[in-house]
Design a protein around this ligand. Structure first.
Ligand code: SAM
Ligand code: SF4
Length: 332
């Protein structure tokens, strides 16, 4: 890769991990992600076609991207998903997905055939009625059956749990206990603010609160070594098959080592999860122009921390996150 094409920002962070949202539609309606009133649906023509996704992804790979995560909405509802996965798997990258697992049984053979080794799966409760209430759909049994299918297939599975006060924070120990026999990495995620999700700090469960609950119950928790660019602090209860961790974006963000960039389903580049400013790669591509300079200048302007917010609670912070998209159309 030529130095000229490298995706670096003014703080020396090199970006080699791209998340591509394939659609902002979903078969679930999680309360913390999808606003109750829904989102404005875009025309089909505003979304990247499969060919455009492959072309843009290939340019990013030429610029040094080594890992691509497909997300959504729900990536597995994309009609052309098998073709997209197969074509992306031919690039020299680690390819992975974040999914709610509702459709995993339909695609597990494809995952195996093209060499996908890890998946992130969202699961906010181990209690059927609660999970169905949070996701506003009735898929708990199917989700659990598919998680078991993934565990049996020996893929690396991260289970993402967004903790919210009074909703599912009484399940911290149940989820840790779930790792006793299930070889999965549970990752508690601090509830983050996005447009339309009614965020308020009092609804969030912090890294410290989670660790306090775990320490009170378990005598022997081992802190695991942090991997480069990891967003989670990880732990294992001695003797347990799986691990647990916390993604503490609100109380302890990982901006210093951030290597992530995001492409929305309508072809806009976001240099930060919280950035309300975006760069339009799709129009550039459709008008026959080079997307490389747009990518470089978008990343060069990346702010040092949290898209320039001083806090999520000041007027300045609120102004930025309320201009940002809903999580469902960013993809996480
Ligand atoms: N539909 C897929 C899924 O649910 O895994 C992929 C898209 S979803 C937007 C990606 C991740 O973002 C999920 O793990 C979800 O739990 C997380 N997420 C969504 N809204 C969030 C919020 N407000 N705070 C923290 N995590 C959030
Ligand atoms: Fe859909 Fe995932 Fe958002 Fe839930 S978290 S509404 S499954 S995109």
């Amino acid at each position: 890769m030529s130095e000229l094409k490298k995706i670096a920002d003014s703080f020396g962070r090199v970006h080699d991990y791209l998340r591509i949202s394939l659609t902002d539609r979903c078969n679930l309606r999680c309360t913390y992600c999808m606003p109750a009133e829904g989102i404005v649906l875009r025309e089909k023509s505003e979304f990247m076609t499969s060919e455009e996704i492959i072309e843009i992804a290939s340019t990013f790979v030429e610029m040094g991207v080594k890992k691509i995560r497909l997300t959504g909405g729900e990536p597995l509802i994309k009609k052309d998903i098998v073709n997209i996965l197969t074509r992306l798997s031919q690039l020299p990258i680690e390819l992975t997905l974040t999914t709610n697992a509702v459709l995993v049984d339909k695609y597990i053979d494809t995952f195996k055939n093209i060499g996908i080794k890890s998946l992130n799966v969202s699961l906010d409760s181990l209690k059927p009625e609660r999970m169905n209430a949070i996701s506003r759909r009735v898929y708990f049994d199917r989700i659990m059956a598919n998680i078991n299918l993934l565990i049996d297939s020996e893929m690396d599975i991260k289970l993402n749990v967004v903790l919210m006060k009074g909703i599912n924070d009484d399940e911290i120990l149940d989820f840790i206990e779930y790792t006793k026999v299930n070889k999965v990495d549970v990752r508690f995620i601090e509830f983050m603010p996005f447009s339309g999700n009614g965020w308020d700090r009092s609804k969030m469960v912090s890294l410290q609160e989670i660790i306090n609950v775990a320490n009170e119950q378990f005598m022997s928790i081992q802190k695991l070594e942090e991997k480069a660019n990891s967003t989670a602090r990880n732990y294992r209860v001695n003797g347990y098959a799986g691990t647990f961790g916390v993604i503490s974006t609100v109380t302890n963000p990982f901006c210093d080592s951030c290597n992530r960039i995001r492409l929305t389903a309508d072809g806009k580049l976001k240099n930060c999860l919280f950035s309300a400013d975006e760069s339009d790669l799709l129009t550039q591509l459709r008008t026959g122009k080079d997307i490389i300079p747009v990518i470089q200048s978008a990343v060069a302007s990346k702010k040092e921390k949290l898209a320039g917010m001083d806090s999520f609670e000041t007027e300045q912070g609120k102004e930025i996150f309320s201009r940002n998209r809903s999580m469902i159309s960013i993809g996480g």
